[in-house]
Design a protein around this ligand. Structure first.
Ligand code: PLP
Length: 413
């Protein structure tokens, strides 16, 4: 069991107030708070080791390089990746997917090829493929989402054809909380000879990830959604794919030799890391991974499941509230996306904020999915290891107050 009281002591921000109320931070799917240990690692880098990597022949540069190498090793271990070299550091999930669309897609996707996505993708896992499809004359297809917010798995096999080059899907939906059957989807894609990309932005913060047993080709996520700093993303890819892909950005560090006529790319993974990387963030991400591993995924999951279950019970008591996504708690992660009848989600967000409760409101970078749900947007509460049952009750309090405030007198439309 998580010692949440003890954990909260590591997050000073959680003891601040907002509008005179204790902060109840339930916007973790957007970004998580950072424990002291991560902030300390950032400060320690700048106070003691700051230098550029690789290029220096001095002690500080060696230390900075060692910190970056250690972060890569730790990330590879965290993912169960076969080698640290299969881990490419980027700025975020979005950049990781753009890297794949650019460096793999431009080389291996041709006119008439198909890329299979799902209807619940974040714009990050949609727009780069739209750009590629437009450039190449390729076609995007989508695994539909059912009424209760799951992937229509019965439709999936029929959507993979001999032309399907890639199946790219989110492991967990940021808009609905739905957990997708990652190994099953990968197995299906592989059985038809398609490559796979797993958007694990909402997965890695909450569940163990094993790229070796999943045997996915690409997996992407962001450090900031798992207590790490902003400005650091990860692309895991199979080594042979990284070797076969062309560089993404050109510049320093990604080259081995440069002449007036051209360049020879650096070895993997540096080939994909042009320019000065976010060394401080990588060092601090190591601290975030340590923090997560001390907490333990089993305890984390048990805690989040209990919070989500209680939140769903509270919402069920409000006829004016609609919750989106699967009804069974086991089919969803710690995300509750909802609307209050007749109230714009932005007004919900503002009203909750006045109660100190931070939730997200809008389309969650999933505009086509919102269209599918026939809503302009939703409000979304999302939990993490430092949230408490009292905070879930505060969410319920904000819901009751907001629903009562906006309730129309009988007969008024
Ligand atoms: N994919 C999913 C499922 C997400 O939830 C997010 C962020 O919310 C992203 C991709 C994009 O992440 P980032 O903004 O860190 O690039």
């Amino acid at each position: 069991m998580l010692d949440v009281r003890r954990i909260r002591e590591d997050f000073p921000i959680l003891s601040r107030t907002v509008h005179g109320k204790p902060l109840v931070y339930l916007d973790n799917a957007a970004t998580t708070q950072k424990p002291r240990q991560v902030v300390a690692a950032l400060a320690e880098f700048y106070e003691r080791h700051n230098a550029n990597v690789h290029r220096g022949v001095h002690t500080l540069s060696d230390e900075a390089t060692a910190l970056m190498d250690a972060a890569r090793r730790k990330t590879a271990e965290f993912l169960h990746a076969p080698k640290p070299e299969t881990v490419v550091f980027t700025r975020n999930t979005t950049e990781s997917i753009n890297l794949v669309a650019h460096s793999w897609g431009r080389k291996f996707v041709s006119a008439g090829d198909e890329i299979l996505l799902t209807e619940m993708e974040h714009h990050s896992n949609l727009v780069p493929w739209q750009m590629l499809a437009k450039e190449k004359g390729a076609r995007l297809r989508f695994i539909p989402v059912t009424e209760d917010g799951r992937l229509d798995l019965a439709a999936a096999p029929g959507l993979i054809t001999a032309k399907t080059k890639l199946v790219a899907f989110t492991a967990a939906s940021n808009a609905l909380g739905t957990l997708n059957p990652v190994p099953g989807l990968i197995a299906l894609a592989k059985s038809r000879g398609a490559r796979t990309l797993v958007d694990a932005a909402q997965w890695t913060p909450h569940y163990p990830t094993d790229v070796a047993s999943w045997d996915c080709d690409f997996l992407v996520f962001s450090a900031h959604k798992m207590m790490g700093p902003t400005g650091l993303g990860v692309l895991y890819a199979k080594e042979e794919l990284l070797e076969a892909m062309d560089p993404f950005l050109g510049g320093g560090d990604m080259i081995e030799r440069v002449s007036w006529e051209g360049f020879t790319p650096n070895v993997v993974p540096y080939k994909f890391e042009a320019g000065t990387p976010n060394i401080a963030a990588a060092a601090a991400f190591s601290a975030a991974l340590d923090y997560l591993s001390r907490a333990g995924f089993a305890a984390l999951h048990e805690h989040e499941a209990a919070l989500t279950k209680r939140a769903l019970e509270i919402f069920a008591e409000f006829p004016a509230a609609t919750v989106y996504g699967p009804k069974e708690p086991g089919a969803r992660g710690g995300i509750v996306s909802f609307n209050i009848e007749g109230v714009h989600p932005h007004d919900v967000g503002t009203a909750f904020d006045l109660e100190g409760v931070a939730v997200r409101a809008g389309h969650h970078c999933c505009q086509p999915l919102m269209g599918r749900l026939k809503v302009g947007g939703t409000a979304r509460a999302s939990f993490y290891l430092y949230n408490t049952m009292n905070e879930v009750e505060a969410l319920g309090g904000a819901l009751a107050k907001t629903a009562a405030f906006f309730k129309r007198p009988a007969g008024v439309k």
